[in-house]
Design a protein around this ligand. Sequence first.
Ligand code: ATP
Length: 254
Amino acid sequence: MTVTETRPGGEGAAAAPATPVLEVRGLDAGYGSSAVLHDVSLTVPRGSVVALLGPNGAGKTTLLRVASGLLRPTRGEVILDGRDVTRARPYQRARGGLCHIPEGRGVYPSLTVRENLVLHTWKRNVDDALERAVANFPILGSKLSQPAGELSGGQQQMLAVMRAYLDEPSVVLVDEVSMGLAPVIVDQIYEFLDRIRQAGTSLLLVEQYVHRALAAADRVCVLTKGRIVFDGRPEDVAEEVFEHYLGVDPNHGG
Ligand SMILES: Nc1ncnc2c1ncn2[C@@H]1O[C@H](COP(=O)(O)OP(=O)(O)OP(=O)(O)O)[C@@H](O)[C@H]1O
């Protein structure tokens, strides 16, 4: 185990254990006159992993953007740790315990690996943070002085996901973390996310590999054309949902 501490659940007093760490209720959102999300509600129970699945263009990234405050909904609420943050700015939600790891490599390419890590040590001792990063992803240890832009895609993703540990969030939104990566690297990143989860952090995962997401998740929400069409346990996802909405064989691959 390289991540062992229990998460405090962000700034201020932690909410009661039964309070979901994140809830969105009745969200409508879009871009200009283009409506994307329609009456979307979703709950991330404390300590759980929720997989948000759905076809391309369904609105998964849009939902994460609304949850983290990058996009203002036209209707509905976002509740973080029992507090209504619908009107809160992204940095206020970050201070409240929400960490958003966006699609693509969320690193500063011209800064060194060390500098990228140190940017996320506002809650931590720098030496401890570097040590933890290297313990989780040893390859980063030999690259601390290199610009992050010179790392491979997988190494950049390792660096990006370290925020899920360094920021000490209560909930992490992870968007397409596997995109374009070799399966062996994806395995390492999922092992890291599992350690984060075991330490008490909740996760909302958008993932293109349906079966990998189902294996990691306690709960699954399927979004299609901006509407939730399934919300339940991974083992209860019906064949029809796999075939019609997710486009994968219920038993293999994907
Ligand atoms: N910045 C933007 N401006 C206008 N329309 C956008 C913008 N971002 C996304 N959209 C549109 O919103 C819809 C939902 O996009 P979104 O990226 O949320 O879907 P997604 O489910 O994450 O898709 P994917 O799996 O392909 O990443 C799409 O029709 C997309 O074209």
